[in-house]
Design a binder for this molecule. Structure first.
Ligand SMILES: [Zn+2]
Length: 208
């Protein structure tokens, strides 16, 4: 794992320089892939695209912020350097309720909903007993099913998995009836097998 030199993004609310460490090199060695598509990758930490500014606590799209150049001798600006914190499930749901969300391109709407789904699934992965989804979680999953495009194989797999977790086993199996590239075979086989067993739990596809 190798990080590059920090880059600074100007918070659009408080002007603080937000420090971002770009990941230059990561590996999927030792990763675990789960049926919901989430991957635990100790050697490939996630790079956030939306987060809370640690200084003003406002939510910012890191990808949209202006870059800042900080001169080595500018101590006043250096003192203002701050970091950011990833959003939690409640914060993601709160954004999804806003007007701002409705104006986002579909891929970012999908991103926010997948993030919320994956965070909620954290305690469920690998468990044999079923932990029911909350009303908000279910609503999010149903909205995600509607947003995901069947033309894209990765979205198709995700949509099938959502249907399985929602207990819509026939729909799940139907969606998976498609000629996938070999790279999708392990996850498709697992999801299908579990749908046939009428199991909604999140299961491991590979890794230990
Ligand atoms: Zn800020």
């Amino acid at each position: 794992m190798k990080y590059g030199q920090p880059i600074y993004k100007k918070c659009c609310f408080c002007d603080s320089p937000i420090e971002v460490l770009p990941l230059l090199e990561g590996r999927h060695t030792g990763s675990i892939l789960w049926s919901d598509g989430f991957m635990n990758s100790p050697m490939m930490p996630k790079q956030e695209i939306i987060a809370k500014c640690d200084h003003c606590k406002e939510v910012v799209w890191l990808i949209d912020l202006e870059n800042m150049v900080i001169e080595a001798d500018n101590q006043a600006v250096k003192n203002k350097i701050t970091r950011y914190t990833a959003l939690n499930e409640q914060e993601l749901f709160a954004i999804i309720e806003t007007e701002h969300y409705k104006q986002l391109p579909p891929e970012l709407q999908v991103y926010l909903r997948v993030e919320a789904w994956h965070i909620g699934n954290k305690e469920r992965r690998g468990k044999t007993e079923t932990q029911a989804f909350s009303k908000l979680e279910r609503e999010n999953m149903i909205a995600l099913v509607a947003l995901l495009d069947l033309g894209d194989p990765q979205s198709r797999v995700m949509k099938a998995e959502l249907q399985r977790e929602l207990g819509e086993f026939n729909s799940c199996i139907e969606i998976l009836d498609y000629l996938f590239d070999p790279q999708f075979e392990p996850i498709v086989a697992k999801i299908k097998e579990q749908a046939e067993l009428k199991n909604i739990n999140i299961i491991k596809v590979f890794g230990k």
